[in-house]
Design a protein around this ligand. Structure first.
Ligand SMILES: [Zn+2]
Length: 301
């Protein structure tokens, strides 16, 4: 098994403490005025994560949203962090009505994803809308599944406000993706431990990535969800990320709380309240498993 970073494959055991969901470069019609594309500012933010003890981050910016693979390589080289990049697509609202990606077939999209996995990408992203999939998203899920079957790379799913998690795992299972290869992001946007436990019992990995969003919920809500999931026996299915997905969340752009919030603020609190062992599992052991794959055919297409 390997984890494919933008600067080469690594042994999963050397991934180290991982911020499982970030965006270093992003521009989308869904968030006008919130674009962040500057290499130096990305390095500055990533350095704060490294200073707070992070060793790796997974960038979930997919095709068509100003993802910058050369920029990610630059950040990895300047900071020493392992950086994992995404192929695949985001949810429908992030693409303009006239975007040429919309008219590509699932097979053509899958070819594109497989080719990128053979280049520098290490995860396949797919995105869902709130409680439903649009026709474009249905096609993207199909393409993600095809690319997973051909390569073995994990399928990393954007859930909208944490909805449809279980349904998306089952849909992917129907398309040939085992739940163990699926990571569901943003599940804490629907802070319902019972729903999470039911979803985790499929074998899928759940990502909580909302620390620092005090205007929506306090960090204590996320700590409670983690404690409840551990109690239900699913501590090995949990990932934590910052999802610093807006310009206004980065200090380098004059905002906050910054890319290091999860490591500098949330992780120490998790360790105090729920223990070091659980923290190590969530930040080190689980990501080393969840993002690892056995590349079986990243053939050129
Ligand atoms: Zn995100």
């Amino acid at each position: 098994m390997i984890i494919r970073t933008v600067t080469g494959d690594i042994d999963p055991a050397s991934l180290g403490p991982c911020d499982a969901h970030e965006h270093l470069f992003l521009d989308t019609p869904a968030q006008p005025g919130e674009e962040f594309l500057d290499w130096d500012k990305a390095v500055a933010e990533a350095l704060t994560l490294a200073a707070a003890g992070g060793r790796s981050l997974v960038d979930w910016t997919p095709i068509g949203l100003a993802r910058d693979l050369d920029g990610l390589v630059h950040v990895a080289r300047e900071t020493g962090l392992h950086v994992v990049a995404a192929t695949g697509l985001h949810r429908d609202a992030h693409y303009a009505a006239e975007d040429a990606l919309r008219s590509e077939s699932a097979a053509a999209l899958a070819d594109r994803f497989v080719s990128e996995l053979g280049d520098r990408c290490g995860i396949i992203k797919a995105g869902a809308s709130y409680h439903h999939l649009t026709a474009f998203e249905e096609k993207a899920f199909e393409a993600a599944a095809l690319a997973h079957v051909r390569t073995g790379a994990p399928v990393c799913v954007h859930t909208q406000h944490g909805t449809m998690g279980l349904a998306l795992v089952e849909r992917l299972r129907g398309l040939g993706v085992a739940p163990e290869a699926v990571i569901l992001a943003h599940v804490d946007r629907n802070p319902d431990a019972g729903e999470h436990a039911e979803t985790a019992s499929t074998g899928a990995t759940l990502q909580l990535d909302g620390p620092g969003r005090a205007k929506y919920w306090p960090d204590s809500t996320i700590l409670r969800l983690i404690a409840d999931l551990e109690e239900a026996g699913h501590a090995d299915r949990l990932l934590l990320g910052g999802d610093t997905g807006r310009r206004g969340m980065m200090r380098a752009y004059g905002g906050g709380p910054g890319l290091d919030y999860v490591f500098a603020r949330f992780k120490p609190r998790l360790e105090r309240e729920l223990g070091q062992e659980l923290s190590d599992r969530i930040f080190v052991t689980n990501p080393a498993r969840a993002f690892a794959w056995e590349p079986h055919a990243c053939e050129a297409v």
